[in-house]
Design a protein around this ligand. Structure first.
Ligand SMILES: Cc1cc2nc3c(=O)[nH]c(=O)nc-3n(C[C@H](O)[C@H](O)[C@H](O)COP(=O)(O)OP(=O)(O)OC[C@H]3O[C@@H](n4cnc5c(N)ncnc54)[C@H](O)[C@@H]3O)c2cc1C
Length: 265
């Protein structure tokens, strides 16, 4: 059993599958867990081979009971196949301390926020948006109320958007929120009638439409490392200073498997 001074025992309260590789869970924890919207928790599964742990952005708001996560299965990975086998009632562990600086910027005075995600990279943004929409107010705190929350979420196909309906509903309650969902492989999703293209392909168009000029905007990039590199280049060329671009890179591609950007859809 992992050291209880460092880990909290948790169990799966519910599980929701979106596709064969994408699913969400809500965990019930056996001790209080503090975090701020946008932060991540380290989840661990123990088996005969030891303790396997990785960081995951928290989807839920600190005002909710339990912790919610949005996972993508990496079939050859160490932890996600183990997480994938967990169903309602199964146990796992959560490191006691939440971590991460990927939080809504309420200090710089910039009132516009440009959020860009691939697939599970929407997780920290859902936490921020749920918190902003929660009636109590307060979190994420600070003096500058968001004037614009432009959110771009891209996935290969529309069934990979785990939180699309929820984000669209949140936009009804948050007038600043301007979400767009984009599919990069529309030929595999012929029923999709929305925006098409990778996040970086549509970034300039939607940033401009939302009035997210460099001087007034903080940008947040989350998920696929290649999207983050490409989007960062676009924003930097558009005048964004490094301090106004926040990144949460979910994994580092192994050099041997690195592919040119053009080969990713
Ligand atoms: C701060 C932070 C927050 C994160 N939040 C989330 C989250 O909310 N949801 C989520 O699903 N993941 C998230 N991740 C990624 C997560 O921590 C794991 O890296 C991922 O789940 C793979 O774990 P694994 O043990 O199965 O694979 P590993 O054994 O760690 O990786 C095996 C190989 O797959 C590559 N790889 C890892 N992830 C992917 C991927 N998604 N697609 C393609 N190749 C990949 C690795 O580079 C490695 O070469 C986050 C990572 C960080 C740093």
């Amino acid at each position: 059993m992992p050291n209880p001074e460092r880990y909290i025992a948790a169990s799966v309260r519910w599980r929701r599958d979106y596709s064969p590789e994408l699913w969400s869970v809500r965990l019930e924890l056996e001790a209080p867990f503090q975090f701020r919207p946008g932060q991540y928790a380290t989840l661990a599964v123990e088996d005969d081979e030891g303790l396997h742990e990785r960081p995951y952005s928290i989807v839920s708001s600190p005002r909710e009971a339990g912790l919610e996560f949005f996972f993508e299965l990496v079939p050859e990975g160490e932890l996600t196949p183990r997480l994938y086998r967990l169903g309602e009632g199964d146990r796992l562990w959560v490191r006691r301390a939440a971590k991460g600086l990927f939080q809504l910027d309420s200090r710089s005075g910039r009132a516009r926020h440009l959020m860009v995600a691939t697939v599970t990279g929407v997780a920290p943004f859902v936490s921020m948006l749920r918190t902003l929409a929660a009636p109590a107010g307060g979190e994420p705190g600070g003096s500058t109320a968001p004037e614009t929350l432009a959110l771009i979420v891209a996935a290969s196909r529309s069934w990979e958007f785990g939180y699309r309906e929820e984000v669209l509903a949140l936009a009804e309650r948050l007038p600043a929120l301007r979400p767009v969902f984009s599919v990069s492989r529309p030929w595999e999703d012929t029923a999709w009638t929305g925006e098409c293209g990778r996040a970086e392909d549509i970034l300039r168009k939607y940033a401009d439409a939302a009035g997210c000029q460099a001087a007034a905007t903080t940008a947040y990039l989350c998920g696929h490392p290649q999207m983050i590199a490409n989007a960062k280049g676009i924003l930097t060329r558009g005048g964004f200073a490094p301090r106004s671009i926040h990144e949460e890179i979910y994994w580092i591609p192994p050099k041997a498997a690195a592919r040119p950007a053009a080969s990713r859809d």
